[in-house]
Design a binder for this molecule. Structure first.
Ligand code: ADP
Length: 225
């Protein structure tokens, strides 16, 4: 998220759970029976845990990949921040799970890493949401998004909202109505849907933005801290 105007889509737990159900059905229909799920941290954790439940798997592993961007390095290099436990996937059929593929690099790096370092059996991939712009082609996809948007998942609602609030605040105080208006105009966050998806949470978002040093109170409203 770099620019100051882009489309955001706020999702709910129910909606995300339905996508998990769709992915699980696809895996079952395909006949694939993975032994272990490797969930990419952090976005793959909720889907990974739910897919374990839906597919009847005990083994859930985590893999955290970080991207280096800009300053110290040129371009983007994968960096395995927290690898898979050495014997967790050896000889096993693996399902790598993430929330969304944007460029698709995370997913393909994860697969390469597991195949090169851990001698697994079959390795397949699943994502809840797939942006058509992605170069990857995951094995199982909950939903294809034909238009790019930043998806606000329920598990990082506060994190994303604090980030967005930080972008709309400035030197002129904004009251809550002003903050909501800016969120609508710049990030297409519809106020009505917001209250359906995450009822009564704007106060909490602003308080958390203050606690995290992003926002401060002043002039009868909110300012950039
Ligand atoms: P990819 O390698 O698939 O492009 P990125 O490296 O761009 O993924 O992003 C890594 C993580 O950032 C994703 O797993 C997801 O959690 C989050 N992310 C990326 N794009 C989006 C998006 N459009 N909306 C919400 N989260 C995203």
């Amino acid at each position: 998220m770099q620019e100051d105007h882009f489309k955001c889509k706020l999702t709910t737990w129910d909606y995300i759970y339905d996508l998990c159900l769709d992915v699980a059905d696809q895996v079952k229909d395909s006949g694939y029976g993975p032994d272990v799920i490797v969930a990419l941290a952090r976005g793959g954790w909720f889907p990974g845990r739910v897919l374990c439940d839906l597919l009847g798997l005990d083994d859930l592993e985590s893999l955290k990949i970080e991207h280096y961007v800009g300053t110290a390095r040129t371009g983007e290099d994968p960096h395995i921040r927290y690898p898979v436990a050495p014997d967790a996937v050896e000889g096993k059929d693996v399902l790598v799970v993430d929330d969304i593929t944007d460029t698709g690099k995370s997913l393909s790096w994860a697969v390469d890493h597991i195949e090169e370092e851990h001698s697994p059996g079959r390795v397949d991939t699943a994502v809840l949401q797939f942006l058509e712009s992605s170069t990857a082609s995951p094995g199982y996809v909950g939903e294809v998004l034909d238009e790019w948007a930043w998806i606000i998942y329920p598990w990082n609602f506060i994190e994303d909202m604090v980030d967005l609030v930080g972008r709309v605040l400035g030197d002129e105080p904004l009251d809550m109505g002003g903050v909501r208006r800016e969120l609508r105009e710049r990030f297409e966050l519809d106020g009505l849907w917001f209250e359906v998806a995450q009822p009564n949470r704007m106060e909490e978002v602003m308080e958390e933005a203050e606690r995290r040093g992003v926002a401060t109170r002043g002039g009868g409203g909110w300012l950039r801290a």
